[in-house]
Design a protein around this ligand. Structure first.
Ligand SMILES: Nc1nc2c(ncn2[C@@H]2O[C@H](COP(=O)(O)OP(=O)(O)OP(=O)(O)O)[C@@H](O)[C@H]2O)c(=O)[nH]1
Length: 310
């Protein structure tokens, strides 16, 4: 998908060479990978929720400015390889995204190194790709003087090409991070057109925005049981008509998604529609259904059908 407005990043000419390359953003779930990619790209290419394992696919977010282009691959959070096929798909997708990229970004939280972070670092080591460590959520650190010892401690975990503290949510350190990453990329022509912000279609982004509402509204009850399929997507003058199915695994889950008298479904639909209108800059007419497909998240054939393909 491209977006003219969002590529208003054409800054002042730097006078230096134009650099371009691919950067895989990896880390354990919930550390802020998608927030980081959205912040640098300046466009909501990837959905965000406070629930772990929100991102399920590799999603490119492209940042183009006068001095260079960074093609980020946002990835699912690497986690203990679950029992379900969807967990294996997500881990495979995250590790696979490291293959052939110019650079990796390992995102961790300023709260400190956790065992799960080690899993992500191991994947980076295995891919033998240079890595920048990003320490995110520094806004949560009250005593900023504790940041220097933390940077020193984490710098010892691997020979990182750079260590950059940021708050992706507040935009703190994001410009510095972009500069650090670009400096590590080769002199090269842009890989994508300057108005392109993602490799994903509007249709995909629309499905993700519905899933974002599901994660935000029902993440505590149904964190991983839902997926979204777009059945109809058509322009009708200035209006975009979207028909979508929310798939769950059991009747009880369907009752939760629909809510009393359809109230939950209305809230989800309203939130998703508004987010779509903002992102796609068009009026949207969204119709939602909820259907049961038993055990879809542990069934390879169903996963493929719902777009979880390598
Ligand atoms: N305080 C604070 N919260 C943040 C920051 N960055 C992200 N968050 C929050 O952390 C949560 C997870 O953010 P995501 O961007 O979805 O994290 P992710 O690593 O992509 O998560 P997965 O999809 O689970 O892999 C959300 O509630 C974000 O709003 C930050 O800089 N500061």
């Amino acid at each position: 998908m491209s977006d003219q407005e969002s590529s208003s990043q054409q800054g002042a000419p730097s006078g230096g060479p134009f650099r371009a390359g691919t950067v895989a953003v990896v880390g354990r779930p919930n550390v802020g990978k998608s927030t980081l990619v959205n912040a640098v790209v300046g466009f909501r290419v990837s959905i965000v929720s406070r629930r772990p394992q929100t991102t399920r696919h590799r999603i490119l977010g492209i940042s183009t400015e006068a001095d260079g282009q960074i093609v980020f691959a946002d990835t699912p959070g690497l986690h203990a390889s679950g029992k379900r096929a969807i967990n294996r798909y997500m881990n495979r997708t995250a590790s696979g995204a490291l293959l052939g990229v110019d650079l990796a970004v390992l995102v961790v939280e300023a709260a400190g190194w956790r065992e799960d972070d080690q899993r992500a670092l191991a994947a980076i080591r295995e891919a033998e790709v240079p890595c920048v460590l990003v320490i995110n959520k520094v806004d949560r650190i009250k005593d900023k003087s504790s940041l220097l010892p933390l940077i020193a401690e984490l710098s010892g975990k691997h020979s990182f090409a750079a260590v950059v503290p940021i708050s992706a949510q507040r935009g703190v350190g994001v410009a510095d991070l972009r500069r650090s990453l670009l400096a590590l990329l080769p002199e090269r022509e842009a890989l994508y057109g300057e108005d392109e912000v993602t490799d994903k279609s509007e249709r995909f982004l629309a499905a993700e925005l519905i899933r974002e509402q599901l994660m935000r509204q029902l993440g505590d009850e149904l964190p991983y049981a839902t997926t979204v399929e777009i059945e109809g997507y058509r322009e009708d003058g200035r209006l975009l008509r979207i028909d979508a199915v929310i798939w769950v695994e059991r009747d009880g889950q369907k009752a939760i998604v629909i809510g009393a008298g359809g109230s939950q479904m209305r809230t989800i639909g309203q939130g998703a529609r508004l987010a779509m209108e903002r992102l796609l800059d068009r009026k949207v007419f969204l119709q939602l259904w909820c259907k049961v497909r038993e055990n879809w998240s542990d069934d390879e054939a169903q996963l493929k059908r719902f777009g979880y393909t390598d």
